[in-house]
Ligand binder design. Structure first.
Ligand code: ADP
Length: 352
């Protein structure tokens, strides 16, 4: 199908609220058509349009109805239309802070490397020149203090106006606040819902982040009430899903994606990062062993209409870095470059 044919086919899709079709109302920002790939960018005037997910589905449906060979090859990117007034003040999340983008890092299951990816992505973004913070909300296993080598940090409180704010730790150019600063590691599992929720609320609203381009939140694995609290309180702008090749085919990854797309949540999924994508022995750097299968994350990304933001191989220095509080993304090595590449793509997806 040509770009024009695709655009024409989208004229049949009407936004339920305005009653106008998405093409004439200017919501179809870009259509790219290659023989085996189509990409459509939709710009919604409202940040979190409740109809975004259903319109996305209709776009895919319309195109595949006309050309079934494009099934699974359509990417729909959803973004917020640029505000009409120039240079509007960034929205404040708490009295003292100006945070431009909040990104949730999530996974279907524990142990896939979500925390390691969060820490390295944060360090990589900081190296690219962004101001970055990490909010470790993984109440079941807060590991950011270890990742950044700031275990035992006790956040000092400062008074600002009538607010009492906590000062985050800082390492590798990243501000870090973790639920792990307030509880002994062994206590994490016995936390009850409301207690965890209250502590999370406090961390969200009473941390003095200052000015940030990105705040990455390390969510607990899976889906649940705690996730909903965080997503609602924090006004998350986009989600990054971390998965290993084994997990990619499993239902919990898709459930993770669906959690963000659920009605009233409607958080754009920026893409997926495939962790432990392959193994390369140090003595045979050219060889890639796909121990757990190949191409799964790419296929899932296409199926779900999201980007594959990065692929991180199994690397010994990544594990050692996580254990020793020295994220590999802070080094100039090839290992660090994998994360920097993912960071560049993630930033691009958020429009920063
Ligand atoms: P999660 O947050 O999903 O539970 P972690 O980030 O704690 O997972 O990672 C689980 C384990 O896997 C840790 O020991 C970590 O060091 C290791 N790990 C994560 N990513 C990699 C990688 N790319 N290469 C080697 N080891 C990794």
């Amino acid at each position: 199908m040509t770009q024009q044919q695709i655009t024409e086919s989208l004229r049949t899709i009407v936004h339920p609220e305005t009653g106008a079709d998405i093409v004439s109302s200017g919501m179809v920002e870009r259509v790219e058509a290659a023989p085996d790939k189509v990409s459509v960018t939709l710009a919604f005037p409202k940040g979190r349009d409740p109809f975004a997910a259903s319109i996305r589905r209709q776009v895919i449906q319309q195109i595949t109805d006309r050309d079934p060979s494009l099934a699974g090859k359509i990417t729909v990117v959803i973004k917020e239309a640029a505000p009409k007034k120039a240079a509007s003040a960034p929205e404040k999340r708490s009295a003292a802070d100006r945070i431009r983008r909040v990104i949730a890092v999530a996974s279907g299951k524990g142990g896939v490397g979500k925390s390691t990816v969060t820490a390295n992505l944060a360090v990589a973004l900081a190296r690219l020149g962004y101001k970055v913070g990490v909010l470790d909300a993984d109440i079941y296993g807060p590991s950011q203090p270890r990742m950044f080598g700031v275990e035992g940090y006790l956040p000092p409180a400062v008074k600002e106006g009538d607010e009492e704010l906590m000062i985050p730790a800082e390492a590798y150019g990243v501000k870090v606040m973790s639920i792990g600063f307030f509880i002994a590691p062994t206590d994490a599992l016995v936390w009850r819902g409301p207690m965890a929720t209250n502590a999370l609320r406090q961390m969200i609203h009473q941390t003095r982040w200052g000015e940030l381009d990105f705040l990455l939140t390390d969510l607990p694995p899976g889906t649940g009430d705690v996730h909903l609290t965080i997503l609602q309180e924090l006004k998350v702008d986009g989600a990054v899903i971390v998965s290993t090749p084994q997990q990619v085919a499993l239902a919990d990854v898709v459930r993770g994606i669906q959690m963000f797309r659920a009605p009233k949540i409607e958080i754009p999924v920026l893409g997926i990062i495939e962790n432990m994508a392959w193994f390369t022995p140090a003595e045979l750097p050219e060889n890639r062993y796909y121990l757990f299968g190949k191409g799964g994350a790419q296929a899932l990304a296409e199926r779900e209409g999201i980007a594959l933001l990065g692929q991180i191989p199994i690397i010994q220095s990544v594990m050692e870095g996580a254990e020793n509080g020295r994220p590999v993304a802070s080094e100039d090595s090839l290992s660090g470059e994998y994360y920097r590449e993912a960071a560049r793509k993630t930033a691009e997806k958020t429009g920063l």
